[in-house]
Design a protein around this ligand. Sequence first.
Ligand SMILES: Nc1ncnc2c1ncn2[C@@H]1O[C@H](COP(=O)(O)OP(=O)(O)OP(=O)(O)O)[C@@H](O)[C@H]1O
Ligand code: NI
Length: 354
Amino acid sequence: MSDDQSLLEVETLTTTFSTDDGTLTAVDGIDFSVDTGETVCIVGESGSGKTVATESVTKIINTPPGKIEGTVRYKGRDLLSIPESELRQVRGSEIAHIFQNPQEAMNHCYTVGWQITEALQIHRDVSDEEARTKAVDLMDRVGIANASSRFDDYPHEFSGGQKQRIMIAMALVSDPDLLIADEPTTALDVTVQAQILELLDDLQDEFEMGILFVTHDLGVVAQIADRIVVMYAGKVMERGSVLDIFDNPKHPYTRQLLECLPEFGGTGGGIPGALPDPHDPPDGCRFAPRCEYAEEACRTGEQPEEVEVETGQRASCVHYGPGGDPSVVGGGEFGPGGETGAVDGDSEVGPADD
Ligand SMILES: Nc1ncnc2c1ncn2[C@@H]1O[C@H](COP(=O)(O)OP(=O)(O)OP(=O)(O)O)[C@@H](O)[C@H]1O
Ligand code: NI
């Protein structure tokens, strides 16, 4: 991992909300980074803090009187400490977001062509005609067939997958260096989902973007991730390359997530039990209350320090820490007969570029 030249480097990010029941810590002191041209996936069950973490990067969530603390270094600048006016520029032209529901992000009263053109003209001083040409070109690049004849169509005239393609086109108008994608394919059927992931992969090469991708779907992760950050209850449980995580997961939480997958003999259901109350998380490892390997040492103190278990792979688990015994959690053995094959050959995955 070439952390010294990361595009985005997040350190001890903590995001809290004030609620009627007191302070809720959604993201609790986490670190992660994204390099240029790299796809980092944040995975974890619903409520782990994935969305809050990524929306804290450009402060697009409303937290006051809660707050966002830590460091979010983007190309060397700390986005959490620059003035709002500067941050607005970063949001508009350097870091783009796409979300799960394209229909919510679109204006139903305007044609999609108009909306892309409008987005373009906010960023660039171009004539209407140039903007139209560029918008049609972008629609074409994101795979809208007969783009010029679809320019004047309204959002409702497009399918869900096409709407997401148009949202991607709008995200690309400013030629961003980082794309943050929060469950962008979750609302789509599996075939369309695969097409959108492939599109993102192609566009990543073309636009040389880093992608920070949020999902709870490990199948999606296998398809697009270079590196994975596994979150649980506001903390990072494990991180590593896609191959490390799928073929040799270390943290019991990661293992349980994978074991739910049909490829690993699971039923596709979830891990039994529920996340802890974010107002009052348990001592020790956040996952301990649901972990079959939890011992007394797992239930006291803070979340364990992350330990490098293999080069580039780190786990926050007592059993891998000082004085711990990795064999308690199965050590190096994992998966049906060792080789899992969950990361298949035709998806373009591999170790992080560095
Ligand atoms: N605006 C808010 N005010 C109060 N609590 C919030 C707010 N937004 C999120 N939370 C809480 O923060 C925690 C993390 O939520 P977040 O949406 O980041 O989870 P997630 O991992 O993205 O889940 P999902 O997979 O369901 O999208 C949850 O407990 C959630 O209820
Ligand atoms: Ni979310």
